[in-house]
Design a protein around this ligand. Structure first.
Ligand code: ADP
Ligand code: ADP
Length: 228
């Protein structure tokens, strides 16, 4: 579902990505784990088409992201959901308004938007918070809004950029539980980056360890954990 092949990205002397290749199968929950500066966010931004590599290719759901630009890239990116560490919600829009933005961006009319907003808020357990503003929500609820917004347009792939790093352990477990449920019920493929091995252990089926712009270890999670 996601294939990155021989990605190289340099910032001056630093190789943020130094020949990174990655294969995420459909329905997988794939974790990329590594310390700060390892290149994780450069990798996820490249997979999402926010960053273009110096060389190498990215394919998501059969589309070669690295060949696209402008409107074509924007259209492809509607098929990729993304959630963030600090949620990235608009504080002046309600929960429904934040989700609505993603639907407005694909030109959905108001009647269909309202139906979809109700449906997706129901799915993430926020049906009773549609008219609240982000400041009135807990961290876990804010991330649920982030997830609802990311999935509103029904993408097959969800990218998660340290989505639980700002949350306490109990809320983290709840959000990871929700992601697992969405993976199971929607067949959603999830690629997450994290600096916490614990997150990987809680939900991932496969994982890769990243250091200095390289993937130094990877495979099915049970094989990685069993290695000496
Ligand atoms: P991680 O997400 O694992 O913390 P990053 O992808 O943010 O790692 O960074 C990898 C390396 O690339 C780091 O050395 C970082 O300083 C460098 N880097 C990332 N983005 C930029 C940028 N826009 N300009 C210069 N250097 C960058
Ligand atoms: P904001 O004031 O944050 O911009 P709005 O209240 O204008 O948000 O709502 C934005 C979109 O969400 C509109 O399309 C609106 O019809 C829809 N919407 C608002 N409240 C609800 C709700 N409770 N259930 C479903 N859709 C809603």
């Amino acid at each position: 579902m996601i294939t990155a092949s021989h990605l190289i990205k340099a910032y001056g002397e630093t190789r943020a990505l130094d020949d990174v290749s990655l294969d995420v199968a459909e329905g997988d929950i794939f974790g990329v784990v590594g310390t700060s500066g390892a290149g994780k966010s450069t990798l996820i931004r490249t997979i999402n088409g926010l960053e273009s590599p110096d060389s190498g290719t990215v394919d998501v759901a059969g589309t070669r992201i690295t060949n696209l630009s402008g409107d074509e890239l924007r259209a492809a990116r509607h098929g990729i959901g993304m959630i963030f560490q600090h949620f990235n919600l608009l504080s002046r829009r309600t929960v429904a308004g934040n989700v609505s933005l993603a639907l407005e961006a694909v030109g959905m009319n108001k009647a269909r938007r309202n139906t979809r907003i109700r449906e997706i808020l129901d799915l993430v357990g926020l049906a009773d918070r549609a008219d609240h503003y982000p400041a009135q929500l807990s961290g876990g609820q804010k991330q649920r809004v982030g997830i609802a917004r990311a999935l509103a347009t029904n993408p097959r792939v969800l990218l998660s950029d340290e989505a639980t790093s700002a949350l306490d352990p109990e809320t983290t477990a709840q959000i990871l539980g929700l992601l697992k449920q969405l993976n199971r019920e929607l067949g959603l493929t999830i690629l997450l980056i994290t600096h916490e091995m614990d997150v990987v252990k809680q939900i991932c089926t496969s994982a890769a360890l990243m250091q200095h712009g390289r993937i130094v270890e990877g495979g099915r999670l049970r094989d990685i954990l069993l290695r000496p």
